[in-house]
Write a protein that binds this ligand. Structure first.
Ligand code: 5AD
Ligand code: SF4
Length: 506
């Protein structure tokens, strides 16, 4: 019997990839993905714990399912990902109707757990929490409960999760143009505010050969852009034994050389302290590596950076940015900031504003500090910055980043850039932008029959530097790489028009 599966993903790109891998395994076992939760036999939430807000969304989803589960006790409900690991079995006290609890480090066990849950007809209230054994009414697999990982620098050979990545399958019919590939799992940094080292466990580096094979497979299935993933990606180093090591820079050269058909290679997220000149040189030397870095600063105040355990000063951060720009003047940089970290004063915040002015980021993701259970910061510091102050600092930083963005964008006018078309612009779908029936000029007419009117809509695409560009084109262009000339920069958005291929790329 084919069971219908609804999988909803919250949080970061790592979760998006985890969901894809899990879905591909479950599909192979005969589960059918559905978009309508009400029609599903199995409902799984892949969750995020980084901020309280992300968890609240999942709590409310689980609340909504309480009645559905009472009506249909055979429906299977699973919570996977960081929230499963962080909450642990205490989640059953609040929501006894959950059948599956699986941390991000145990996802290779999920297909078996789903199968067990579907083939066991015990009502959830009858079963106690326990380990994931066949026939158990509740299926639980948590890193905390199984301690599968003991050593900090464990290699992927002993890492059972590797099997999940290795089992990935895609086919040309998936029409996949953009894809993620994990190169490291977990994190060893222990920034004091962050749950990730507790939920995803210690850093594990995947063997370079497996990574290259995965990239080749994705490109063979049509991918034009591959984004390598890791929490602190530039910390990648694989120890082959016998003194031979593959560093992050080596890996970039290796992928670039081994997969010449891949037009765009990117990677996120970088940690400022670990960036070697060799890795920057690899970016400079390999034309198909996008000159884009997401390298979170978090704060511009040395005192706050120390309290966060970030391991660098504001000066070391700006030196890194200057070093990267000296090597690649066209590099596009993005950052994350936390405002209202405990004890943050107006002066500390002024230093953050100063850092943003200096670094001229393409964009910044700005978050209000959210105390997370289990972290050092929640034990060590009182959450003493009032919410109104956090909000005001958030808005001030956003406004400054907006100014930086607008001035960066104005410099783009007149340039021709390569964009990957991601689809219709959100603005269009929201306002039902009327697709215009127009007779196209030469620039938009490439590949179309001569003289015919065609429907255009506003599309969005991303440059190699991750800037968003809006331009008119047909919906069918989704997933294509095109050249677009920037003709306008209004507020934070770039506007362009299509130009013929084979022109210089920015
Ligand atoms: N509160 C607010 N923001 C946080 N982040 C991580 N933990 C917290 C927290 N407790 C932010 C950081 C990180 C991004 C993914 O989320 O800026 O880079
Ligand atoms: Fe969290 Fe810091 Fe690791 Fe990033 S580097 S995942 S912020 S602990």
């Amino acid at each position: 019997m084919t069971r219908k599966l609804y999988l909803e993903t919250f949080g970061c790109q790592m979760n998006v990839l985890d969901s894809e891998l899990v879905m591909s395994q479950l599909r192979a076992q005969g589960y059918e993905a559905v978009a309508d939760r009400a029609a599903a036999d199995v409902v799984i939430f892949n969750t995020c714990s980084v901020r309280e807000h992300a968890e609240q969304k999942v709590w409310s989803r689980l609340g909504e399912l309480r009645e559905a589960k009472a009506d249909r006790p055979d429906m299977v409900i699973g919570v996977i990902g960081c929230m499963a690991e962080r909450e642990g079995e205490s989640i059953f006290t609040r929501f006894p109707h959950i059948d599956i609890l699986c941390g991000p480090g145990e996802l290779d066990q999920l297909p078996r757990m789903v199968h067990n849950a579907c083939t066991t007809s015990v009502a959830p209230s009858e079963g106690g929490a326990g380990s994931a054994t066949v026939g158990s009414p509740r299926q639980v697999a948590l890193m905390g409960s199984t301690t599968r990982r003991s050593s900090t620098y464990e290699t992927a050979k002993e890492d059972n999760l590797e099997s999940l990545d290795l089992a990935r399958t895609v086919s040309p019919s998936d029409n996949m143009r953009q894809a993620y590939v994990r190169i490291t799992r977990g994190c060893n940094k222990f920034c004091t505010y962050c749950v990730v080292p507790f939920t995803r466990g210690p850093e594990v580096h995947r063997p370079p050969g497996n990574i290259v094979e995965e990239v080749k497979m994705l490109v063979g299935a049509g991918a034009l852009e591959v984004t390598l993933l890791g929490q602190t990606i530039n910390h990648y180093i694989f120890d082959h034994g016998g003194g031979r090591k593959t560093t992050f820079a080596d890996l970039l050269y290796l992928i670039h050389e081994s997969v010449p058909d891949l037009p765009r290679l990117r990677f996120v997220t970088s940690f400022p302290r670990d960036f070697t000149d060799l890795a920057l040189q690899a970016m400079r030397d390999c034309p198909r590596i996008c000159r884009y870095l997401h390298v979170p600063a978090q704060s511009g105040s040395d005192r706050i950076l120390k309290a966060m355990n970030r391991g660098y000063t504001a000066e070391q951060y700006t030196d890194f940015v200057d070093r990267a720009r000296a090597m690649m003047p066209d590099i596009s940089l993005a950052s994350d900031f936390i405002v209202g970290f405990p004890t943050e004063t107006d002066d500390d915040f002024a230093s953050t504003m100063e850092l943003v002015r200096h670094c001229r980021f393409k964009n910044s993701f700005i978050f209000k500090y959210s105390p997370r259970p289990g972290t050092v910061a929640i034990d060590r510091f009182e959450d003493d910055v009032p919410d109104a102050v956090k909000r005001s600092r958030n808005n001030q930083l956003l406004a400054l980043q907006g100014e930086v963005c607008a001035s960066n964008n104005r410099l783009m006018i007149g340039k021709t850039v390569e964009v990957m078309v991601e689809g219709e612009s959100k603005l269009v779908s929201k306002r039902a932008y009327p697709p215009a029936k127009v007779t196209l000029g030469w620039e938009a007419r490439q590949g179309l029959p001569a003289g015919e009117a065609v429907s255009l809509t506003q599309l969005i695409g991303r440059t190699r530097g991750d800037q968003v560009v809006c331009f008119d084109g047909e919906r069918s262009l989704k997933g294509e790489l095109l050249n677009v000339e920037i003709v306008d920069a209004r507020n934070l958005t770039l506007f362009g028009r299509r130009v013929p291929m084979h022109v210089a790329k920015v």
